[in-house]
Ligand binder design. Structure first.
Ligand code: APR
Ligand code: PHB
Length: 396
């Protein structure tokens, strides 16, 4: 088997939103990167993910020149609704409490924008890179190996950014006596569908004794809906008719009557977990995005956390190469984890609030009902939720 050898400043593992955004930002600063992605570009672009951007993510994308299509096709929203069986509805009014809006714009569209920008700018992205392995991470000369078209390739680099998701190689490269992980696996999943029908005006979370539901959107003719399902469910057990019946039953009748149903063009079940890996750096390797943390989608934090990681990590690399200072690289893990744990906390609390868990007892349900009553009646609680939902500020 032949071999090849390359060199770059930052080797990025993973061509999802985190890896592509990091490559884009560093390229703008004249810092050389190579992105190694094990899947094809089409495979990456076919992924269906969430569609809510925090205000900080919107600003970051605009600041790095990736806001044009988002501002053209995205929909700014003053917040997100909550409807609750036999109680008044609530609106997480981020505009009122924080002065900021969220943005309805799908992760798939963002990934398309990122790929388009990297290809326009001549970004070095290697798709279908197999058997990526990381070497000498605690030395000053780490390197990465991978296979492509029967060739074993080596990339010598200054740093490795592991943006390779929950199932990636980066986190696995941290020794078990260094790595600490924290996890909650939820006893249910979300069954999501995409349908070419007009969505409700706003995102709406629904609490109901039959289970959680969510009304979401991608554009004026593309809706995204979810229902809570058993963790062991398969999509074969969910015809479109069963899905729509369950969804409409979980919304108040006046709102259910506004929901336009139609054939699903995509249907999938996502397992729910909370997961955090500490530290988010090891030697000259830095974890970012789902490689370091996973949240249940209840707070729509997954993509937004990936972006704040990249904001912090790119600032560290830029400081290193421009000012030869190491402050932001040395403090990356602690700083990123402060925001990660805040988002993990909110996602856990919203998931507990909006989902019935198996084996719950009447005490649990009373606490849940009281939590919602407090949200309905307390301006302080409403303000706190709005600030967390729109996204806490990035640290200087
Ligand atoms: N070698 C190369 N590439 C890899 C490897 C590997 N060993 N393992 C994983 N990858 C790639 C995956 O194919 C994927 O394209 O890394 C990429 C990681 O992308 P994501 O999983 O999308 O993670 P991230 O970029 O952190 O974005 C987080 O995406 O999954 C959603 O809910 C998540 O919204 C959040 C966002
Ligand atoms: C989505 O748009 O798919 C979405 C929105 C809000 C969430 C989760 C998913 O909390």
């Amino acid at each position: 088997m032949s071999a090849s050898r390359q060199r770059t400043q930052v080797a990025i593992i993973g061509g999802g939103p985190a890896g592509l955004l990091l490559s884009h930002i560093l390229d703008q600063q004249g810092i050389d990167t190579i992105v190694l992605e094990r899947q094809s570009k089409d495979y990456v672009l076919a992924r269906i993910r969430a569609g809510v951007l925090e205000a900080g993510s919107v600003q970051l994308l605009r600041d790095v020149g990736l806001g044009a299509r988002m501002d053209q096709h995205g929909k700014p929203k003053d917040g997100t609704g909550i409807v609750w069986q036999n109680k008044p509805a609530f609106y997480i009014n981020t505009a009122e409490w924080t002065g900021k809006q969220i943005m309805a714009y799908g992760q798939t569209a963002i990934t398309e924008d990122l790929y388009a920008a990297r290809e326009r700018d001549g970004g070095h992205i290697i798709n279908e890179a197999a058997n990526v392995a990381l070497h000498d991470l605690t030395s000053d000369t780490p390197h990465v190996t991978y296979e492509k078209d029967g060739v074993i390739c080596r990339i010598d680099c200054d740093f490795v950014a592991a943006c390779d998701g929950f199932h990636g190689i980066g986190r696995q490269s941290i020794p078990s006596d260094v790595l600490k992980t924290f996890e909650r696996v939820y006893p249910f999943g979300w069954l999501g569908i995409m349908a070419k029908v007009p969505p409700l005006p706003d995102f709406v979370y629904a609490y109901h004794e039959k289970g959680f539901a969510l009304a979401a959107q991608r554009n004026p003719m593309l809706s995204r809906y979810y229902v809570q399902c058993d963790a062991t469910d398969t999509i074969d057990a969910w015809s479109d008719d069963r899905f729509w019946d369950e969804l409409l039953a979980r919304f108040p009748s006046d709102m259910a009557s506004q929901i336009v149903t139609g054939p699903s063009i995509e249907k999938s079940i996502a397992p729910l977990r909370s997961f955090v890996a500490e530290p988010m750096q090891y030697g000259r390797m830095y974890l970012a995005g789902d490689a370091a943390h996973v949240v249940p989608p209840t707070g729509a934090k997954g993509l937004n956390l990936a972006f704040s990681d990249i904001y912090y990590l790119s600032r560290g690399f830029i400081e290193h190469y421009k000012n030869t200072r190491a402050h932001y690289l040395e403090t990356y893990s602690q700083m990123a984890l402060r925001r990660v744990w805040s988002a993990v906390n909110l996602s856990w609390r919203l998931t507990k609030l909006l989902h019935r868990f198996p084996q719950e007892d009447p005490f649990d349900e009373r606490i849940r009902q009281n939590d919602y009553d407090l949200l309905l009646t307390s301006p302080a609680v409403q303000s706190a939720l709005a600030h967390e939902y729109v996204g806490l500020p990035y640290e200087d």
